[in-house]
Each structure stands twice: as C-alpha cells, then as structure tokens.
Design a protein around this ligand. Sequence first.
Ligand code: FDA
Length: 402
Amino acid sequence: MQTFDAVVVGAGAAGLFCASVAGQRGVRVLLLDHSAKVAEKIRISGGGRCNFTNRDIDPRAPQQHFVGDNPQFCRSALARYTPPQFLALLQRHGIAWHEKHKGQLFCDGSSQQIIDMLLLECAEGHVQHWQPCAVHEITHDAGGYRLATDRGLVRAPRLVIATGGLSIPQIGASDYGYRIARQFGLRVVPPRPALVPLTLGGDAWKPYAGLAGLALPVAVATGSGKARIQFHEDLLFTHRGLSGPAGLQISSYWREGMPLVVDLAPDVALATALAAAKHRSLKRVANELAQWLPARLAEAWTAQAPQLQRPINEVPDKALAQLADRLARWEITPTGTEGYRKAEVTAGGVDTRGLSSQTMESRQPGLYFIGEVVDVTGWLGGYNFQWAWSSAYCCAQALAAR
Ligand code: FDA
C-alpha cells in the first residue's frame, strides 16, 4: 500500500491545478484520472483556444455570473484566487492571450498550452500522476481514506474529489463525484444539463424549423419578478431548436415548462420603424423587415399571416403594431434540452451547504470537493474555468495548512 498526504481524483482543470499548488507547497499528492487523455475538456474548450477566465468576475456579487442554490458560496474563493493571478501564471509560462467580447480571455495559440502549463506545474510540485487509473472503492477509517485503484491500494488522510459534472460523457464525464458525496452522507442538488441547446417542437415551432444556421442578436429572457433574467447575445436557430450564446446562457436558468421571451430586434423601435415605412414604401412587409432582421426570418414570420404578405402600405396600422409587438415579445416554450451530450456544463451538484466556502472541505473530515462537481455553475465566457481555478486554489492552500 502506498501512502500520500492527499489524493486528488480527477485530473481536469480543478484537479490539475489543485494538485500542482498543493504539491508546490510541500504536500505529497497523488493525482488520479480514469481517462486515457489528460484534461480533454480543457482541450476542446473555447473552440480549441480555451476561454480560461473572464475579466468581469466580481467576487462581491457572484450571483451576477454564477447559478446554484447559493451563488454567494463562491465569494471567498473567487476573491482569493482572481483572474489577474491566473494571468500572472500564464505570463510566467509565456502564454499569449487576447480578450474577446464581454471580458472573455482566450489563448492566442491553443488550449493545449494551458494543459501543458498545468502538467509542468504538477511536475514542479512532484505530483504523482496516474492516468489512466480507475478508482474502484473508497473507504474511510481512523487512518484516513483508503482507495482501491487499478494500481493497487492507496492511503491518504485527505481526499479531493475533482471529477467534474456529467456533460460530454463521451470524453470521460461520470457521476462519480455525486456518488462519493452520497456515500459520505452529503446532499447533492439534482444535476441538470446547463449551457446547452434548447429543443423546440410542435405547431408553434413549425414556421421556424427551416431556419437552421440563422443567427441574430436578440434579448432573451425567462422567469418572472426577481427571478427574471435577460441576456443580450446572439441566438442561433438549429435543426431542433435554439442555441448560440443567447440560447446557451438562458438554458442555465430555464426549467421545464417555462416560456422564453425573445426580442428579435432589440436595437430597433420596430413599431415606429414599420409605421414610418408604411408611409414611404410599396415593398412587401418581409422586404421592409429585412432591414432589421435576417431576410429568412422576416419571410418565415410574415408567411404566417396572409395580410402581412401584402405591400406594407396596404397593411392596416393595427396589424403592423401587432407584428412589431410580437417580434419584440416572441414567447416560445422549449420542449427540453439537447442533454448532457451537448451541454457545456452540469448545473446542480454537491450541495454547498455541506462544504466550507474557505477550504472546500465537506462535513466529512478530510474530504474536499472542487470545480464543476460542486453546485456552482458559471455563465458562458470563462466563468466555469475561473471557478475551477479558484476552488482548487483554496482547497490546495487548506491541504498545505494541515
Ligand atoms: P473536468 O471535467 O475538467 O475534469 C474532471 C476530470 O475527472 C476528467 O478528467 C475526468 O476524466 C475525471 N473523472 C471523471 N470521473 C472519474 C472517475 N470516476 N475516476 C477518475 N477520474 C474521473 N468553461 C470555460 O470557463 N470556458 C470555456 O471556454 C469552456 N468551454 C467548454 C467547451 C465544452 C465543449 C465543454 C464541454 C465545456 C466547456 N467549459 C468551458 C466548461 C469547463 O470545461 C468545465 O467547467 C471545467 O472543465 C470543469 O473543471 P473540472 O476540473 O471540475 O472538471
């Protein structure tokens, strides 16, 4: 039997970073992962360029960019390990980066640079890295945690679970973290796919079913009262529903049966614009609308009402006002989501009420949870990786302090 100070299960973003920071602080760390390839999610992230953090993160108001039963939970971690600290790490490794829109930071080169950097950091921390190596059983007794693995029995007083969520099972995602949490009596907020394309169907969707590939800037909202949330982003029509940044962002807040309200021309006062067009134009309504909306969408929309297929000067004022109103408040209820196979993240996870926000240690002494396995889900745009780095860092500091 081999013994370590800490075993980290899961060599993704959070696990690699936690192992490296703890190792460099003198903790004897074993890092295990059942997949053959290291950190596949980092590799495929950000279209191959890894959107590794976001400048707009405000640790004082995490509810602005994070979803979960208690978004305030991530306050301390986000304040203790910030985007500038991660940028300093990149600089030490000579990794160039750039900012896209809305504070999103990407590698200039490829996401492999982030993986290589984390592996180098682990080597500097003398981390033992066994991969692929499955864990068959974990037990706890007075001597700490005992893991039965592909490479034999391992023992450590501290165990860190960094096995991520359920999204993209084809590259190694598993429910292992939730199972370990339950095994030790911790609650798990039911997981669900998030940052995921939404599916639509039925009669209400028929007119738009042929619009796959079409993208446009919209304002999309869901929920009501204090729970109402709205995103100004690009919406993409797919063969089966809605995606693009607007569809993905709103999906994290959407629950079954809830309608979405989409403003298809958020930057135009359509009622005024259509009324003005009526006085100066003899064109068909769809042709006028095409100034502000993609032509295919304008056609699909006007095809639904015979009177909207006439020249705009012949359309009653009331019908034009109604058209403007409906385009600004298109209400549509998704039938579901594309599920974990297409979801960027998993919402829900290990209940933060059972974890310390300072150290990520659970009520079960010596057992820690970091990264996506925890019920903290970030917006699209680098927020999820920053949560992985921040939670991993706090956990590593706690491991080193013991
Ligand atoms: P992560 O999933 O990275 O790692 C978990 C590790 O645990 C994996 O290596 C897995 O093999 C291992 N594991 C699972 N079960 C195990 C078991 N039973 N035994 C041993 N090992 C096990 N985020 C962002 O901020 N910016 C972005 O650009 C993107 N882009 C993006 C694109 C796509 C296509 C996806 C699917 C996701 C993103 N994300 C993202 C989300 C981001 O990838 C995700 O939030 C982090 O990788 C989470 O880091 P973790 O370390 O928690 O889990």
